[in-house]
Design a binder for this molecule. Structure first.
Ligand code: SAH
Length: 341
């Protein structure tokens, strides 16, 4: 059985034609799906025979919220969703002045092994399909009754380790008859899989790119992120420069700050030097403490000082606003706490 939410309009057309139907029917089905219909019987402009054929071959997959944490202070909602095979994934709905945003997961688990991150603890369970990434948005819209206008692919998983599915996901959410979310309202965050950075710049020059940097020397970065052994800074940073030069888009560098590891004045100096002249923005995230990681967080004051040092060197930097501070389970911890698999 095919989950129709996995299909771009193009792939839907191929399916429809392969079922002996005229191509234009694909658009009709596509429209119904992104209007939220999950039952073919409600797709009233389709011939009965076609609805029957469809229902024998395909279905419209959803994700099921099994836990929702609601912040009392700022409207943030954290979801634990169950997939068809019982795997669970997390998403976070956030309210900003510019509109509603969601942080979605791209994989069940992760194999990148970042030492401070809860999502990678049990390794990679499996890839998420395009529809499973997308359904997180639709399920959150249904639960909140609100339209989501911005997407960050920063939940569990490494999106560039699931690139083909990420691509189809972006095409569907961006399509005017899909979720109709603009390319510039989508941000993808990677730990730095260099070959994919280049492809991404060619495929989606308008989608925002965020790079998890976290370290200013190979020694520091490798101690936090094993991926740095494969794609060290001398490979990663030039790839980022090429990306900004080719696309004319700035990169957001995420900098998760860990006490005594990457929070010194020297780190700020090295970081400024590294990014000098590049279209960039640094987003400092004080570490969310994960049990047994052995890493400690920094004060917001220290994070702010660090940001000021960068700014003084001509690098734009901000400290990430803390949303949903009254509901814990940040960064993959909800899944880790509840997943019994
Ligand atoms: N795999 C992608 C996206 C998922 S993580 C990536 O690495 O970019 C999103 C961001 O949260 C990354 O910058 C990641 O390093 C950071 N992060 C993960 N766990 C964290 C924690 N416990 N505290 C602070 N930031 C964390």
């Amino acid at each position: 059985m095919i989950n129709l939410r996995d299909l771009t309009l193009e792939k839907m057309e191929q399916l429809v034609v392969s079922l002996g139907q005229p191509k234009f029917r694909a658009k009709q089905v596509f429209e119904w799906i992104y209007k939220g219909k999950t039952d073919f019987r409600e797709m009233t402009n389709l011939p009965e025979v076609f609805r029957h054929i469809l229902s024998e071959r395909a279905y419209i997959g959803t994700v099921k919220p099994i836990a929702i944490q609601k912040s009392k202070t700022d409207g943030t909602r954290k979801y634990l969703f169950e997939l068809e095979d019982g795997n669970t994934i997390e998403s976070v709905f956030m309210k900003y002045k510019f509109g509603n945003s969601i942080c979605v997961s791209s994989q069940a688990g992760c194999r990148m092994g970042c030492r401070f991150c809860a999502s990678t603890r049990n390794g990679l369970e499996r890839q998420l399909s395009p529809g499973e990434i997308l359904s997180q948005i639709m399920a959150a819209e249904k639960d909140t009754g609100e339209k989501i206008g911005h997407i960050v692919v920063m939940g569990t998983g490494e999106p560039f380790d699931n690139y083909d599915n990420l691509k189809d996901f972006i095409k569907i959410v961006n399509h005017p008859k899909g979720l109709n979310i603009g390319m510039r309202n989508i941000t993808v965050s990677t730990c730095g899989l260099v070959p994919v950075i280049e492809k991404f710049g060619e495929d989606f020059p308008q989608v925002n790119l965020a790079i998890s940097l976290h370290g200013t020397t190979n020694e520091i970065r490798s101690s936090m992120m094993p991926v740095n052994n494969k794609y060290p800074l001398e490979t990663l940073i030039p790839a980022c420069r090429r990306y900004t030069e080719k696309t004319g888009r700035r990169i957001t560098f995420e900098y998760t700050m860990v006490s005594g590891v990457n929070d010194s004045d020297d780190d700020a100096k090295r970081l400024s030097k590294m990014l000098k002249g590049m279209l960039s923005h640094v987003n400092i995230i004080p570490l969310n403490k994960v049990k047994e990681s052995g890493f400690d967080t920094v004060s917001r004051k220290r994070a702010a000082e660090f940001a000021e040092m960068l700014t003084a060197h001509g690098i734009t930097a901000t400290v990430r606003r803390e949303l949903g501070a009254d509901i814990d389970a940040a960064c993959g911890q909800l899944r880790l706490g509840q997943n019994t698999k």
